[in-house]
Design a protein around this ligand. Structure first.
Ligand code: EPU
Length: 337
């Protein structure tokens, strides 16, 4: 266990935050040893995966930060058509997707290039381009942080929702995910319907893309819109897209005819928070330390020498002005510590 470790490389906003204690887990079995240390028994703990969806609102974490870094990807079942692949929690998510695509396995391709690690993916049920983690999630293995006991969660147990799961809700902070099993396929139909995928493919002469081509196209589309955390600190979408009643949407559409929307299966309407924030005048706004990304208003950025509280203050101002203009409360997607 290390002491006074700067978490700057471990949070994608790139804030300087000192952790009182820090431990890296390279094999899930090491957790048991950690649970028996006096520090673990006395201090609060925080599980850090890729650190891509977290905002530290203070510059000191007074406890133990546990970094999941266990690696390994293996095929655990293959019936000639359906394949189950197990990935350890510390595996890099985009690297995992790339590998599956190279093997010709369908099921996670639209989730290409999302920064993060495998173990964090189920927590917020990562999603992009018409696909969500829950679509290929079979089960995960997790360890109870209080008792040290192992538990397996199947798809139903996880209670997945839009950027949500039981690990963000009822069981928040109670389990550490150590590995995830994915149900993938040797043949599949590509999902090309979302947003600008089709237009991008058409422009590049790929009306009927192969799996690898779709993967590469999604990487290119993301690169064009979303900042690389290695060069500009950010945590992807900072807010969730709000879901409102059909009647509320109708009224809004009358006032703002160009408002984009996606109808939900239950009849409610999802409205892109990026659009709301842009219309409220925030896109490209910046001060010395933080700002709103100029190509995608849903992404808040750290420009350098800032603090988590600067992002927090900006986020509150944005929420307030979106609520004043549209009467809609937008909620953060990022986790605050
Ligand atoms: N829009 C604007 N202005 C903006 C940003 C977006 O008008 O500044 C409009 C776009 O023109 C489009 C609509 O909003 O009509 C949706 O934009 P986009 O396709 O970029 O997607 P999003 O709804 O803003 C969501 C996810 C992303 C994911 C993309 C693609 C959430 C909170 N975000 O963003 O996920 O990559 O769809 O599927 O659901 C993440 O969670 O960190 C993330 C990046």
């Amino acid at each position: 266990m290390k002491t006074n470790v700067n978490l700057q490389p471990y949070n994608s906003f790139g804030f300087n935050v000192i952790a009182k204690h820090f431990v890296e887990i390279n094999d899930a079995r090491e957790l048991d040893r950690l649970f028996h240390t006096p520090e673990y028994k006395q201090e609060p703990h925080l599980i850090l995966s890729g650190g891509n969806n977290i905002l530290f609102t203070s510059d000191f974490y007074d406890g133990i930060v546990i970094l999941m870094n266990n690696k390994g990807i293996e095929t655990v079942a293959d019936d000639g058509e359906k394949v189950v692949v197990r990935a350890q929690a510390g595996e890099d998510w985009p690297g995992f997707v790339k590998k599956m695509v190279e093997k010709g396995l369908y099921g996670v391709e639209n989730l290409a290039h999302i920064p993060g690690k495998v173990g964090a993916a189920p927590i917020q049920n990562i999603g992009a381009y018409g696909m969500e983690l829950k679509d290929s999630f079979l089960k995960c293995e997790a360890v109870d942080l209080e008792t040290g006991r192992k538990r397996v969660f199947d798809n139903k147990d996880c209670m997945f929702g839009y950027r949500n799961s039981i690990f963000k809700g009822k069981l928040r902070g109670q389990f550490i995910i150590t590995s995830v099993d994915f149900q993938l396929f040797k043949h599949g139909e590509l999902k090309l319907d979302y947003g600008n995928i089709k237009s991008y493919l058409n422009e590049h002469g790929m009306e009927q893309p192969a799996l690898q081509q779709l993967h590469d196209a999604i990487c290119a589309i993301r690169d064009a819109k979303l900042p690389d955390p290695k060069s500009i600190g950010n945590a992807g979408s900072f807010f969730k897209n709000p879901v409102i009643k059909a009647s509320e949407f109708k009224a809004l559409k009358q006032r703002f005819p160009s408002i984009p929307s996606y109808e939900e299966p239950d009849g409610k309407v999802k409205v892109p928070a990026g659009w709301l924030i842009e219309q409220a005048g925030w896109k490209g706004w910046q001060d010395e330390h933080v700002g709103v990304y100029e190509k995608q208003a849903l992404v808040l950025v750290h420009l350098g020498n800032g603090k988590g509280e600067d992002i927090l203050y900006l986020a509150k101002q944005i929420q307030k002005s979106v609520e004043e203009k549209f009467g809609i409360k937008i909620e953060p997607e990022v986790n605050f510590v």
